[in-house]
Design a protein around this ligand. Sequence first.
Ligand code: CP
Length: 325
Amino acid sequence: MSTPTVRHFLVDTDLTQAEQAEVLDLAAAMKSDRYGYRPYAGPQTVAVFFDKTSTRTRVSFAAGITELGGSPLVINAGESQLGHKESISDSARVLSRMVSTIVWRTYAQAGLEEMAAQSDVPVVNALSDDYHPCQLLADLLTIREHKGALAGLSMAYLGDAANNMANSYLLAGVTAGMDVRIAGPEGYLPDEAVVTAARARAAETGGSVTITTDAAQALSGADVVATDTWVSMGQEDEKAQRVELFGAYRVDEAAMAHAADDAIVLHCLPAYREYEIAAEVIDGPQSVVWDEAENRLHAQKALMAWLMAASGQAEVAGIGDGARR
Ligand code: CP
């Protein structure tokens, strides 16, 4: 039997529509049987690197790895040689011999790609400057829980539409077959390469893409409304300019009046009330942000288990047919 290729999750489109659904199904199963899945039994170690700050990602990965029977090794910026005293490629070769999965929150997407190219174990993007694909698995799980399905739903993202969350909403949403509308000011819209990739994926799944500067157009009848901070990590010096620029894209009650009456509201958190989202919205009845935060745990557990199974490095009930071992 041939050795399976190691699977990584660096960008939302690394999972096909069917694979994404399989991960979300597994996440739902794990959520209802929280301690019943142990692909990291041993315990096997998972290295979790943070070059940027984090609360949700750090805690959900550490808790999730533990719940999967493993041992999380969290390594903060400045605590390892990775990327400054040792090349990413050499670090990947060493880590592959010691741990079962590598999770990394970093700046450059290229660094994750270099890590994955040399790693014999799955590599997971825990946020880069370009994408936040683990967050989107949690978001899709949350939408499914509240709406029952994903394909055919419309999802509007408002605000800084050139950031990692906008890119991931676009790519993960169309992978699920959703109608994704992205709205932001001129000059702060998704990169053309990301839009092209999203349109290609949408053509396979029945999803669709709208990129606009008109917030009301994006919001019109939307089933899901999402936003993110206007000042991402590393942009703190631009705060005053950004608040001015993105003001027309605030998710407040006036904005929500354009969406469907039963629309739900997502925010990956941390949130800045009265900037990108009004307090009456994030703390109101349409907000599902606390479910969304909890679902980071369940979605990432499912992702790690799925990657291990798909890479032939673990058996997970319901994933594959045993031939993946
Ligand atoms: N949403 C998110 O990634 O949160 P943290 O930055 O706290 O991990």
